[in-house]
Design a protein around this ligand. Structure first.
Ligand code: IMP
Length: 428
């Protein structure tokens, strides 16, 4: 394969960062195609930790061109801070491009995110409060500022003159402070000085690179169940993390996504509200949470823990066309006495073979489970499948059978080298 998409198959936090980092080293180009600074992962290099939120993961490799593509909503302030953070840590040789069609996330989007969450009260989504939803709203309403506009000061001024009074009216309806048009313009012109040289027509750059056979990695952000269309609406983000959205978010043709690698944590986690048929209560959940450090990276909220949910994963595999997965954090399940897998969804005692779209129906879903023995030992030193304890091998084989996919990579600890590679999709 000369191009590969990485897709989180659960509710985010699957451990994509480690796999993206592994494949970024083999790529010529790494592309972020949706979301904004709601995403985040950290990379360790020579003992230094880099927290990336908007920058693609090839940024520490001077050989790689990193592209922030059309479907991204990028806060210029956050982007500049990330770039300056790299320079402060001595990383000066990097290649970054941002699409002229990418959307500028404005300060009023952040204010509106807070105002909306506040207005929703106990029905709130639990957003990351980075303005992501309101920014995508403006894009759909054709009111957004795009990165290409920063290169045309007169047009930018006209756009702000049109949009800012509308935003201020909306904000005042929530009792929030208005924004000053001129101050926003001046700030964007400052941003343009720093970012202007990297704003380009990325679809034509990517198309030429694809035609020349360059190796392109599409790194996913968030997870499939947070997809605006196919996730657990309304507890979702405002873009689509599915690999099927990549062509529309990058300007590449369909065939440019040669393969998709799904990233699956060996159990399930969720933050915030919403039905969760495989949820575990009590001691086993606590043990998994502690061993897997399952607390929100920013909020530190304890994540809800569940067993692997096969109908949920089968659903995502079917809508995304996933045949290969990386199984993450398998070592964590060594802490429990026995492991369950949710194999069927039922409503009123009858099996269902679809993912309920509406919350009231999803709330009625009950899970049927199978139970497998745990291995109760440390697997972090294993580098070959055959070195894993039999019960652990059996867990992997059971997943392959139930899902009809192959488990190509197995992560046995957070360490960079601690991955069992059974079949590589993206060759050197
Ligand atoms: P938003 O994307 O900030 O609007 O938040 C909407 C929902 O998506 C919230 O439940 C967030 O916690 C969740 N979310 C957004 N980005 C991520 C991510 O990268 N990992 C996990 N959850 C996320």
């Amino acid at each position: 394969m000369s191009t590969l998409a990485i897709e989180g198959m659960q509710w985010g936090d699957e451990g994509k960062g480690k796999i993206v980092d592994y494949y970024a080293a083999k790529a010529d180009i790494v592309v972020r195609s949706q979301g904004g600074n709601n995403a985040g992962h950290s990379i360790q290099r020579n003992g230094v930790r880099f927290a990336l939120r908007l920058l693609p993961s090839g940024i520490l490799n001077p050989r790689v061109t990193n592209v922030i593509a059309d479907g991204v909503v990028a806060n210029p302030d956050a982007l500049i801070q990330e770039i300056e953070g790299l320079r402060e840590k001595g990383v000066t040789d990097f290649h970054l491009l941002i699409s002229s069609r990418a959307t500028v996330l404005m300060p009023y989007h952040i204010a509106m995110d807070a105002a909306l969450e506040n207005a929703l009260g106990d029905q709130k989504i639990g957003t990351t409060k980075n303005g992501i939803g309101p920014c995508y709203e403006d894009r759909a309403a054709r009111l957004s500022i795009r990165y290409g506009d920063l290169l045309h000061p007169d047009y930018l001024r006209q756009r702000l003159h049109l949009v800012v009074p509308i935003k201020n009216k909306e904000l005042s309806a929530f009792g929030a402070e208005p924004f000053d048009e001129e101050a926003l313009y001046q700030q964007l012109m400052e941003d343009a000085k720093k970012l202007g040289s990297i704003i380009v027509d990325t679809p034509s750059y990517l198309r030429k690179a694809y035609q020349a056979g360059k190796k392109i990695l599409f790194e996913g952000a968030q997870g499939a169940m947070l997809c605006l269309n196919y996730g657990t609406f309304p507890y979702v983000t405002s873009s689509s993390p599915l690999a099927t959205a990549i062509p529309n978010n990058t300007g590449l043709p369909l065939e440019a996504v040669n393969g998709v690698l799904g990233i699956v944590k060996a159990y399930t986690t969720r933050v915030g509200e919403g039905p969760f048929p495989s949820e575990i209560e009590g001691e086993a959940a606590n043990k998994i949470r502690e061993r897997g450090h399952e607390y929100g990276t920013v909020t530190k909220r304890p994540r809800r823990i569940g067993w692997l949910d096969i109908p949920q994963l089968r659903y995502v595999a079917s809508i995304s066309g996933i045949k290969h997965i990386a199984l993450m954090l398998i070592d964590v399940l060594g802490v429990v006495d026995e492991i369950k897998i949710l194999t069927k969804y039922t409503i009123d005692g009858k099996e269902i073979d679809y993912m309920p779209a509406s919350l009231p129906e999803f709330e009625k879903v009950k899970g049927e489970f199978i139970t497998l023995p745990s291995w109760k030992e440390d697997v972090s030193g294993c580098r070959k499948f055959e070195e894993l304890p039999e019960a652990c091998q059996n867990y992997v084989k059971t997943i392959e059978k139930l899902l009809g996919v192959s488990v190509n990579l197995i992560s046995v600890s957070p360490e960079e080298q601690a991955t069992i590679i059974r079949g590589d999709l993206f060759h050197d």
